[in-house]
Each structure stands twice: as C-alpha cells, then as structure tokens.
Design a protein around this ligand. Sequence first.
Ligand SMILES: Cc1cc2nc3c(=O)[nH]c(=O)nc-3n(C[C@H](O)[C@H](O)[C@H](O)COP(=O)(O)OP(=O)(O)OC[C@H]3O[C@@H](n4cnc5c(N)ncnc54)[C@H](O)[C@@H]3O)c2cc1C
Length: 373
Amino acid sequence: MPVRLHCEAHGVTVRLGDGLASLTAAANGGLTARTDHNLEIAADLVILSIGVRPETQLAKAAALTIGPRGGIVVDSHMRTSDPAIWAVGDAVEISDVVTASAALVPLAGPANRQARIAAASIAGRAAGFRGVQGTAVCGVMGLTIASTGASEKSLRRAGLGDFQAVYLHPGHHVGYYPGAKPIHLKLLFRPSDGRVLGAQAVGEAGVERRIDTIAMAIQMRATVDDLAEAELCYAPQYGAAKDPVNLAGMIAQNARNQDSPLAGWSEIDGADVLILDVRESFEWHAGHFERAVHIPLGQLRDRLGELPKDRPILVHCAVGLRAHIAVRILRQRGFDARNLSGGWTTWRHVEAAAESARAYLPEPRAVPPEPTG
Ligand SMILES: Cc1cc2nc3c(=O)[nH]c(=O)nc-3n(C[C@H](O)[C@H](O)[C@H](O)COP(=O)(O)OP(=O)(O)OC[C@H]3O[C@@H](n4cnc5c(N)ncnc54)[C@H](O)[C@@H]3O)c2cc1C
C-alpha cells in the first residue's frame, strides 16, 4: 500500500484487481486499452510489464528435460538431463532456497553465480549452486521496494502453512538524528524452529541494506535469533543501536517465546476478541476503531479492572512498541493478550488497500486483506 499511495501522490493512477483485456488502434493514431472491467483508457504508449517465460526451443530440440515451470531442469552443478550440456540463467528451473520447489527467477545475480558454478563444474570442481531466493529491488519515484525469500503466497502454494508475519515501521536511522525515514518491513518466519523465510520492505532510505542482510540470513538458513543477534553498522546518521533487522528478530523472538505473542489484523473481526488501543488521547481522536476500548498505556496498570480475563485481548498502539509493553503488563496479570503486529500504521495500510479495492472493484470485499508487501 505505501507504494500505491506514493504513486498516487506523484499523479499516477493505480488500478488493482483488474486486467488488460484488449488493445486496439484508436482513430487518433494512439491506442485504446480495454480492461476486464470494461474501462477504456486512451494511451500513446503501452508498456506490458507482465513477467517473462523462458525460451526453451533449443533445449527441447536437444531433448533436454523441461520442468513444471517451463524451464530447463538442471542439478546443483547446473548440468541438464544430458550430462554433456550445462545451462544457466533465465531459462533454467532451480530449487527455491526456502520452499525447495522448482523456481524460475529471471534475475542477473542468479544467472552470473550459476555461470561460475557451471564453469567450475565443467572444469571438474565439485561446486554446487545453493538455490534461488528471489532477492530483488526496485525504485519507484524515490521509493525503494525490496524483497527476499518467500512471500505468504509462495509459502501457501508450497503447502508450508507454518509461518507467522511480523510487521514493523522503524526509522532508517535513529529518530533524534534529522531526516529519518520510515522503513515498512514485513518478516516471515517459522514459529516452530524460528527459521527466517522471507522479508519485504518499502521506504525512502535504507531499505535494500536491510533486505540484503536478511537475504544472507535466509541463504544461511538462519533463525530469528540470528537476526536479533546480528551485529550491524550503527552511527546515528546510518542506523540505530537496534537496527530494523535486529528489531524484526527480537519481535519474532518475543512472539515465539510467548512473551509478547502477535496477532494479525485479519483477526480483529473474531467473535469474542476485545480490541485495546493504548495510544494517547490525541492519537485516539485522530482515528480509532469504534469498538475498541481506549486505555492509554500510562493508565493501564490502574485500570486493569475494566478488562475481561475470559476474552482474547488484541492490543495495538501506533507501531507496536507501546502495545508490546501493554501485552507484557497484561500477560503478567493473567490476561490473554496479544500484540496486533505493526499497530495502527499497519492497519492504515490494510484499510487503504481495502478502500481502494472497494472504490474500484464492482463487488466490495467484506474483509480487508492482510498486506502482502
Ligand atoms: C530491460 C531489462 C532490465 C533488467 N534489469 C535487471 C536488474 O536490474 N537486475 C537484475 O537482477 N536483472 C535484471 N534483468 C534481468 C537480467 O538481465 C537477466 O536475468 C539476465 O540477463 C539473464 O541472463 P542469461 O544469461 O540467462 O540471459 P541473457 O543475458 O539474455 O543472455 C542470453 C544470450 O544468449 C543469446 N542467445 C539467445 N538465443 C541464442 C541462440 N539460439 N544462439 C546463440 N545465442 C543465443 C542472446 O542473444 C543473449 O546474448 C533485466 C532484464 C531486462 C530485459
């Protein structure tokens, strides 16, 4: 959602949930694009940015095995089904580091590393390619979007349902040093063993550095404990003593050890949940859930009697820190409390996405989706 808002702030109309149905020549010499929802858009130039498919004609002619994703099947030495032929790059299908599924990742990094492995293999060395994880970065009018490893969608597609998401919105450097920009970071990890599965981040500064760090962690099969312990660069103009990567690991640790379990924003409509907003009054008045109970964190210890012990309490603040403290207070006193991951900031992104969908799609969605990026 931050990407969409950023594009719209720069005068770009973004239409999601629709597709291109046809392109026809217009009377004025331009083009008319028609969408699946029958919207006509006049255009001078149309750029289709819809992914790539491997060109495997040559491989098929050589009777090489082609995989389920349409790429040339290779082993970890980049050798094809014909032992005298190696293949690398966009045309090969290779194992995903996280999901172990066959993956097509048409990026220059994997292609170059695979070429080195193939050359070593041809020369008789036992080098092996570790797999792909889709580490990628993109710039959009001053905003950086980056990701590595699995997304919720790819985990579900691979049948790997044991994962949890952490949302956080720290500054790219400490707030007391001028110019801090928020990084909206999502980390996916496996609660059962803490393994880091994927991460996505958006922001104006410092985004790719955090994703690169997590990318290395994923390749080394690291856990959220490793992220929490990572020793990273810090001086005020560059980062924070608890870097966003450390914070993501610490939040996941707190969730795993039940100190501060997390809740997702899709859970707020649960039948018997109570939503507790621990922000200050001025924040509450700027926007809140109608059905939330408002007790600012500073008053919580004196007002515990207002809260039920027989219902799950989902606590939120602006980004998650005060809610974490509230969850600790409540859990130490026997309440079933969890922290709504990423706080009101995450909710605003979820809501804005749902509002956009409602405004555009013929059928409004009943439940706002969890953000995917
Ligand atoms: C516009 C653009 C921007 C990109 N930007 C990025 C980026 O920022 N970051 C990133 O990671 N990736 C980027 N990529 C993707 C990246 O370029 C590819 O993933 C990478 O080049 C793949 O390497 P490759 O060796 O598989 O294929 P290629 O680099 O395409 O090399 C294949 C070569 O084989 C030749 N060839 C094809 N058929 C035959 C034949 N029958 N006989 C002989 N030669 C043949 C082609 O002419 C070509 O030279 C970009 C791609 C494009 C198109």
